[in-house]
Design a protein around this ligand. Sequence first.
Ligand code: NAP
Length: 320
Amino acid sequence: MKTIRVHAFGGPEAMCLEENADPTPQAGQVVVKVHAAGVNPVDTYIRSGLYASLPPLPYTPGLDAAGVVVAVGEGVRSVSVGDRVYVGGSLSGTYAEKTVCSEPQVHPLPAPVSFAQGAGVNVPYGAAYHALFHRAHTVPGETVLVHGASGGVGIAAVQWARNAGMRVIGTGGTEEGRQLVLAQGAHFVLDHHAPDHMERVLALTDGKGADVILEMLANINLGQDLGALAENGRVVVVGSRGPVSIDPRDIMRRNASVTGMLLLTASPRELLSIHAAIAAGLENNTLRPFVGREVPLSEAARAHREIMESSALGKIVLIP
Ligand code: NAP
């Protein structure tokens, strides 16, 4: 089978397309034929060797995929050969024609959801749910600012929040991205490159501020976020690519809090509730992953450049 391998951490060109033997499942494992693999920013951090926890070399990148079960190991009960599934993490990496998962990493993919959409489920919807509900404890009626709403996590957050009865303000860096955010359910959309956009957040909330801010780029925005938070407001740092300067009095005077979150360290109990909520949303069509770009597996390096360098428009997925 064709698989992407990384033999030394480095730039996008560190990923090579190789021919490897087909995997066979051990007890408790599932082999999935990958129809689409999701590309996430964390894949690029790991590939570059700069992430806190790194796999032993060589390795195959990728946490997300969707496809069909082609083999199951002894003792596997929850899925059978032929089932359509999305995967949430993988033992062997998902940038390949086949991937080996432990049984709990494999989840049913309802028929109306395409494989490309299924590849955009796990990290984006998991991170957005974890941030909104497990970390910020957002409740219906609150105003949520999704600061960076045009990408994978942002669109998922807009859908979760809108479905749950929150007032949603999303931001995008391009007109196309902003239109997409509105189409995905945001009540209002702002341009995060406009210098006055946080003043607009205050204007949209009658000067009260947002109850919850999901922040995709804290190193740019955290200082300003704190000035646009409501009393008892919460900022969840979902993404950050460097240090930032803040005025702690902005937190103090609002009885506010700033919290971080890392999906990779969600507890088994939290993961259970994340995937149960995803199952319900995919079944009743209230969660609709948006795929902006499909890229051949052989061009994984291009996908890594694009996710870091170009404007977001939903998910980028690889097609083996
Ligand atoms: P993505 O698809 O590449 O989207 C990136 C988003 O950031 C886009 O909406 C982009 O908007 C926006 N952005 C760019 N400049 C911005 C600015 N100045 N202010 C606000 N937003 C800005 O990435 P993703 O998968 O959604 O992930 C988003 C971030 O969350 C990444 O940093 C990722 O590493 C992190 N993340 C963390 C976890 C976790 O467990 N903590 C899990 C998943 C992702 P435009 O392109 O329209 O400008």
